[in-house]
Design a protein around this ligand. Sequence first.
Ligand code: GLY
Ligand code: MN
Length: 468
Amino acid sequence: MHFRTFDTQIYINRRQVLRSKVESGIILLMGNHEAPMNYRDNTYPFRQDSTFLYYFGLDVAGLAAIIDVDSGEEIIFGTELTIDDIVWTGPLPTISELGATVGIHKTKDFALLGDMLSKAKSASRQIHFLPPYRHDNLIRISTWLDVPVGVTGAMASLSLIKAIIAQRAIKENCEIDEIHKAVHITVDMHLAAMKNALPGMKEYEVAARVHQEALKAGGDLAFATILTVNGETLHNHYHGNTIKEGQMILCDAGAENDMHYAGDMTCTFPVGKSFTEKQKDIYNIVLHTHEAAVKMLRPGITYKEVYLKACENIFSGLKSLGITKGDPAEAVDAGAHAMFFQCGLGHMMGLDVHDMEDLGEQYVGYTDAMSKSTQFGIKSLRLGRELETGFVLTVEPGIYFIPTLIDQWHAAGKFKDFIDYSKLEAYRDFSGIRVEEDFVITDTGSQLLGRSLPKTVAEIEEVRGRVF
Ligand code: GLY
Ligand code: MN
């Protein structure tokens, strides 16, 4: 095998739990296929579907599986390689050999799956499937079940979605071990940025060093690296700027290890040896907010409470600099903090960097009794619900000065009682700062995953001082 799996029994147990939570019918879980980049044989790096990995562990393209809830039958569908394939790919295990490694003893040709499903549909059996995020799988399911492509996603099974989220949200010890490994690699990626960035370099030269650490450890990126002197643009994937003394680099990067578990961290450090006084002030507000949020992590607290406290801390910190004014709790309630903190405080993390986001943010991060807000700022909070032991999540507060947003709100006279626009003007070209780490919720609080990065101003300046 070219890939690592957990013990067979882990997958058998996971499928048993899933079966017990779905009342009846057939569960269809789609693996991913190779995805062409510009022509069929030049593909993007293969990435297996995370739910398929969770229940079947097989990091191989072109598979799908069904679990018959009523009979207990489990079948993997795949296509055996012919000699025409093997000359290009080399020998690979047969589908039945693959199945046996994860406790599945019945396999069939992939071409038979559609027929089987359409017969099940004709027999009025319920077919549970997940919302397809890859268009080829969307077309497959739409064709097999004879429903229009445009409505197929909406026909995904809510009971299957909820059962899977309930299971995948609580990480097993073997998963936490893998996430630790991914975050260790992630720490190495950030240290590579901090230890190699020099004025005059291009952002992409530093980003290349970050990527190298992930590859060197047998993994790859968990998501496209953000490495930028314009950290105020939240998902900034442009790497073409020359970095200059006086600027800061915001690096948001993470590895996925060889078993596809993710890490996700952000550091912000000066391009020169040290932060300016103005940068230090804002950095310390973000760091204090981060530390206060981490202290609040425990089972039973909602992540929305942690987020709202972080918003207040950011607002209060900026008030001490004269940029904001008024009562922090009132300002946050009104949404004025979103001038500076436009995104959420963090998200679940696991086999996906935003874990299970394909299954729906409302179901992953909220509950039937708690809906996601639509207010600017808090609407981007991906996780709001009560934390439970075994959740893995990120804590990533930040302060971002976005010139277009400043101009728009200023022109509209928005939140004039909470924002001193004349003071804010001096920060319009400041960029942004974020500090992000990953945690597992324990019975009594939380535990840092991976290891600590230099995080205080003094620690960061110590590392940067050694570079010059
Ligand atoms: N690390 C990117 C994000 O959390 O969206
Ligand atoms: Mn993140």
